[in-house]
Design a protein around this ligand. Structure first.
Ligand code: GDP
Ligand code: MG
Length: 203
């Protein structure tokens, strides 16, 4: 039996969401910026601690807010599947304070809009573009303490450009999700496709 976990990747425009996902799955990186206009779903398979998972990674195009109701989610194609994701990766650019403010807003909206135990959904905040760290707006330690202690989210910094900590961030999120017993449906058929296309990452 293979578990499927849906992970929504959300963040301000140009912070590197698509770059992180594509580096993780295809090991490629593109310097030129091509804005993601519509929602895109990637389905990599991963092995963590001997267990296999199929991930459904949603590359979410810029949204002004987290969908506050199911009907809103269904009206806006960009948000499809965002409300019921099993986990979130909230990406910001360590050199851009506005992108951090956006992550702060989305994280609060996730807490407000997912009621009861589902508000305990795993959230990993990711500071991307670590290679440009001389231009960062806040010391790493200060952000990490704020995110971990106050927001109760995981925190990882990475560089999609240099493939630094990219596998680690997925491993970290999956570790939190598995520890919290996040479970969705079981699939085995689609996984074969993922394996054939050589898209299984051992973490
Ligand atoms: P998205 O809009 O959040 O999906 O951002 P993209 O993944 O399309 O990346 C936006 C721009 O940032 C592109 O020009 C990328 O080449 C660049 N970029 C992404 N990740 C990094 C990184 O880790 N370091 C640097 N220096 N540039 C990056
Ligand atoms: Mg994108």
């Amino acid at each position: 039996m293979v578990e499927t976990l849906s992970i929504a990747v959300i963040g301000a425009p140009a912070v590197g969401k698509t770059s992180i996902i594509r580096q993780f799955i295809y090991h490629d990186f593109c310097e030129a910026y091509a804005p993601t206009r519509s929602r895109y779903v990637y389905r990599p398979a991963v092995i963590l601690n001997g267990n296999m998972y199929e991930l459904k990674v949603l590359d979410v195009p810029p949204i002004s807010a987290f969908p506050s109701s199911s009907s809103q989610e269904w009206l806006d194609l960009r948000c499809r599947g965002v409300r019921n994701a099993n986990a979130y990766i909230l990406v910001y650019d360590i050199c851009c304070v506005e992108s951090f403010e956006y992550v702060k807003m989305i994280r609060q909206q996730i807490m407000d809009n997912r009621e009861g135990s589902s508000s305990e959904v795993p959230i990993l905040v990711v500071g991307n573009k670590r290679d440009l760290q001389r231009q960062r707006f806040m010391p790493r330690r200060a952000v990490s303490v704020l995110v971990k202690k106050t927001w109760k989210c995981g925190y990882v910094e990475c560089s999609a450009k240099f493939n630094w900590h990219v596998v680690l961030l997925f491993k970290e999120l999956l570790g939190i999700a598995v520890a919290r017993g996040v479970r969705q449906n079981h699939t085995s058929i689609r996984l074969q496709g993922a394996l054939q296309r050589n898209r299984c990452t051992v973490m």
